[in-house]
Design a protein around this ligand. Structure first.
Ligand code: NIG
Ligand code: FE
Length: 419
């Protein structure tokens, strides 16, 4: 160790290969035989090791030899419903006997079954379960996670979910983005009074949670079995009046012009998109709304129509991917498995899949200046891998685990192996 005051950087990682994901030209932004430095939690330098300005011992208080490992940006899981209780394996069995996801919801199960479990859980029980799932994500290389509410459906229980989400960021080395999923389904106590429920959400629940600092963005489920475009528009108007960005579960099970609606509100992302047509794609492109593809839900619901990937590419729409981790349509945490599904089912390339979990996901959270690529000035969030190259991260069906992780410049104490 060198005297920390005499060196410009806190930490210097050398002897690694880096997929910076910084270029938008469908490449990994590779730097072989690289080095990267952090100072005050941010990336202070990145480049070829041979181009370091001085002997490395004079550059950083701490040096880490990565022994030819690969470094990627910390992964970003930008669409999850992590704050849930219970599970829905009996419904999985029902669906395989022929009952549809929509019919299960219409008869009071599905999302509403998880609402009952969440309402029955105490805040500390819900927090323990949410933190446990988030810790698994972290162990698999995630440094930023988005967590939605939507299973509480009243002020008390939506607040409990968002507080559990906030606790994840307090208890783990993870950045958390909290989304109020205000219109997910109609709760039983409002089943005959849809308009009243929406009034309650827009006039009471959203403003209260926003004033408590629990809402970074607002989401809804636009679907025949959930909310119509005009109902979602009412929620989005309320969100925008509070200065909040929106995102939307759009065109997942049918074409409800969800992409178009999301674009009209300049949504951060439009999510799922299996049934989006060319017009919807063009709207997303114009609005610069990110297409958030969720291949695990497509897989688990045994959907047959993939999202319009080729049209999205042709229109220059950013394509992010995420786990959608939830008990009904995507019981999965492994980013590698999700990347694999994106490649196999949606024909993303492994490079697009990794970009979808890093750079493009950062845009979907409105955090592209802060995270998503390995570039000077951004937060020093990395995942460190033993692999043949970054394409291997999409290759294993059950995913890859990193050998280390760095969050805001700090090597993860729980991260095994390297440092
Ligand atoms: O993203 N489609 C709506 N929301 C979730 C599923 C929620 C649930 O079934 O509990 C999704 O797939
Ligand atoms: Fe979802």
């Amino acid at each position: 160790l060198t005297n920390p005051t005499s060196v410009p950087w806190d930490r210097l990682w050398t002897n690694c290969h880096i997929a910076t994901m910084a270029s938008a030209d469908r490449s990994y932004g590779l730097i072989e035989d690289a080095a990267v430095a952090s100072h005050a939690g941010r990336i202070a330098w990145v480049g070829k090791r041979a181009q370091l300005p001085r002997t490395s011992s004079k550059l950083a208080a701490e040096q880490i030899d990565l022994r030819a490992a690969w470094l990627t940006p910390g992964l970003i899981d930008a669409h999850t419903h992590l704050a849930f209780a219970g599970e829905r394996s009996a419904e999985f069995e029902q669906r395989l006997r022929g009952v549809s996801y929509q019919d299960i919801l219409r008869t009071g199960g599905g999302i509403l079954s998880t609402v009952r479990s969440v309402r029955a859980a105490s805040e500390s029980e819900l927090t323990v379960q949410t933190v446990r799932r988030a810790a698994r994500l972290a162990a698999l290389g995630v440094t930023t996670v988005e967590i939605k509410s939507g299973y509480g459906m009243n002020l008390e229980h939506e607040r409990k979910q968002l507080r559990a989400a906030r606790a994840v960021g307090e208890q783990l080395s993870l950045r958390v983005s909290k989304t109020f999923l205000g219109a997910h389904a109609i709760p039983p106590e409002f089943s005959a009074r849809r308009a009243d429920f929406l009034d309650r959400v827009t006039e009471e629940i959203l403003p209260a949670l926003a004033s408590e600092g629990l809402v970074d963005a607002v989401d809804a489920f636009c679907e025949a079995v959930a909310f119509s475009s005009s109902e979602v528009a009412k929620l989005f108007d309320a969100a925008q009046a509070l200065g909040l960005r929106v995102k939307l579960h759009a065109d997942q099970l049918s074409d409800t012009a969800g992409a178009e609606l999301a674009a009209r509100y300049h949504a951060l992302s439009a999510d799922h998109l299996e049934y989006t047509g060319q017009y919807g794609v063009d709207c997303l492109a114009r609005a610069k709304t990110v297409a958030m593809l969720l291949p695990a839900a497509f897989y688990f619901l045994r959907e047959s129509q993939p999202p319009p990937v080729e049209a999205l590419r042709a229109a220059g729409v950013r394509i992010a991917i995420a786990s959608d981790c939830n008990p009904g349509t995507a019981p999965v945490l492994s980013p590698g498995s999700v990347m694999n599904m994106a490649c196999v089912q949606f024909r993303l390339t492994p490079c697009e899949a990794l970009a979808g979990y890093t750079r493009e996901a950062s845009h979907a959270l409105g955090l592209a200046d802060e995270i998503g690529t390995i570039e000077v000035g951004k937060s020093a969030d990395f995942a460190i891998w033993h692999c043949a190259g970054p394409h291997e991260l999409s290759y294993w069906i059950d995913g890859s685990a990193p050998i280390g992780r760095v969050f805001r410049g700090e090597p993860d104490p729980s991260g095994a192996g390297i440092a």
